[in-house]
Design a protein around this ligand. Structure first.
Ligand code: URP
Ligand code: ZN
Ligand code: ZN
Length: 462
């Protein structure tokens, strides 16, 4: 199968060039002007950008969490991703406390293999760092292509690990060329504040945000940065939301420390007035960390501009309203997470590129190239280059549309950006040389996605 894309503008994190792209099999074969190969299919991309397929470095498909499971599985979630220009996800395989990493990996392969429509990789979540799981780190990197290990500093009793485990994991992961990633919130502080508010009868969704204040995030951010610095380990902090945490990273960088920071599109665009939405509407935005203030959004946008925030992901973890209603009488029982995967690329283009003048290079970098580079998928993924996987989004930058859960494909009954007017639309999505989405129509289905085995974080120079 071959595809010739004519008259588009190819955007990579390095350059914007008017060029044709010829795809043969799963790979980009030729990039040039006036290409005239005989292809099975020719697409006219006049007036459109060609972006590298989006990589969402933070998703939770089919995740058992807080007494229920996230409502998108690997089939529906990755298909929604393809509609929204995301061709590859990195999902999280959760170790059960007392169980092995290998079992976690087996369970996640069962959820995804033969089901995912888009490509997928896994981070390994270490919830129980002991001698047995320590010995599993090396094989995870070398045999299974899992080079990133996630830790939680919150959700005590279920996911949270102590500082001793964090230190031990840093050492072990670095030995094998991996990287530790962290959900940075102080779980003990949050649990104390939660208990205090629940005792006072403060039970509505807005108390989710009140009991997870910025200081819980900035303290944990500073602590994990210090622990990484002590052993000179690389670090990736997931879903950063607020000024105080960003400033902790700024301080760490003054001592020449390398920390990668991810934020998510919802933290760039929403503020904490969402928790006032009537009729339990605030529950739609219950996620951790919570949605912050407008001034925090500005800090995150500036952080992207400065190169401090390198990745814009989603933390896609949807729950339908009847699942959210488990916490109707107590905010602490509302399952944490929201649906975002399909909205990320179009929203960042509209709000970032169109409204704030973000460069096309930066847009591509934070949505695709940087996650590919950090998480060992470059240059196979994350760029449009000869020899790379032909994962390409043909994007119409002028098309205006309105977001609604009724027209999106995520398996959930609301959208956090319902009614938002957006400029720019993913017209076609190509995954490994196959036209996957054509003007809203899915041309691939269950099982089309492939597992992506990733390289080490610390690539040797040659
Ligand atoms: O609220 C969230 N973010 N739910 C998913 C789990 C996590 O903390 O990433
Ligand atoms: Zn998290
Ligand atoms: Zn998450």
């Amino acid at each position: 199968m071959s595809i010739l894309i004519k008259n588009g503008t190819v955007v990579t994190s390095a350059a914007t060039t008017k060029a044709d792209v010829y795809i043969e099999g799963e790979k980009v074969h030729t990039i040039g002007t006036n290409l005239s190969m005989k292809a099975d299919k020719t697409i006219d991309a006049s007036g459109c950008y060609l972006f590298p397929g989006g990589i969402d470095a933070h998703t939770h498909m089919d995740l058992p969490f807080m007494g229920t499971s996230s409502s998108d599985d690997f089939e529906t979630g990755t298909l929604a991703g393809l509609h929204g220009g995301t061709t590859t996800i990195i999902d999280f395989a959760f170790q059960k406390q007392g169980d092995t990493l290998q079992n976690a990996l087996n369970v996640w392969h069962e959820k995804a293999d033969g089901k995912a429509v888009g490509d997928y990789a896994f981070h390994m979540v270490v919830t129980d760092f002991n001698e047995k799981s320590r010995a599993e780190i090396g094989p995870m990197v070398a045999r299974h292509g899992i080079s990133s290990f996630k830790t939680f500093m919150a959700y005590k009793g279920a996911l949270m690990v102590d500082d001793k485990s964090l230190v031990g994991l840093f050492h072990e992961v670095e030995k094998y060329g991996g990287i530790v990633t962290t959900h940075a919130e102080n779980g003990d502080l949050i649990d104390t504040l939660k208990a205090e508010h629940i005792a006072k009868g403060n039970l509505t969704p807005k108390f989710h945000a009140i009991t997870r204040p910025p200081i819980a995030e900035s303290e944990a951010t500073g602590r994990i940065a210090d622990l990484a610095f002590e052993g000179k380990h690389p670090l990736y902090i997931v879903h950063m939301t607020c000024e105080d945490a960003v400033n902790r990273v700024r301080q760490a960088m003054l001592r020449n420390q390398k920390i990668h920071v991810e934020t998510c599109i919802q933290y760039l665009l929403l503020d904490d007035t969402v928790y006032e939405e009537p009729d339990f509407g605030g529950a739609k935005y219950v996620m951790s960390p919570p949605i912050r203030k407008k001034k925090d959004q500005e800090v995150l946008w500036a952080g992207i501009d400065q190169g401090l925030v390198e990745v814009v992901a989603t933390d896609h973890c949807p729950f339908c309203m009847d699942q959210k209603r488990a916490g109707e009488k107590d905010f602490s029982k509302i399952p944490n997470g929201g649906p975002v995967i399909e909205d990320r690329m179009e929203l960042l283009f509209s709000e970032g590129v169109v409204k704030r003048g973000m460069s096309l290079q930066k847009f591509v970098d934070v949505t695709s190239t940087a996650p590919a580079r950090i998480f060992g998928m470059a240059p196979k993924k994350g760029t449009i280059a000869v020899g790379s996987d032909a994962d390409i989004v043909i994007f119409d930058p002028t098309k205006k549309h309105k977001i609604s859960h009724k027209t999106r494909h995520m398996r959930v009954d609301y959208n956090m950006f319902e009614g938002w007017e957006v400029t720019g639309k993913c017209r076609q999505t190509i995954l490994r040389g196959t036209l996957a989405i054509d003007d809203g129509k899915a041309l691939v289905g269950k099982g089309f996605g492939k597992y992506i085995s990733r390289a080490k974080y610390a690539q040797p120079l040659n």
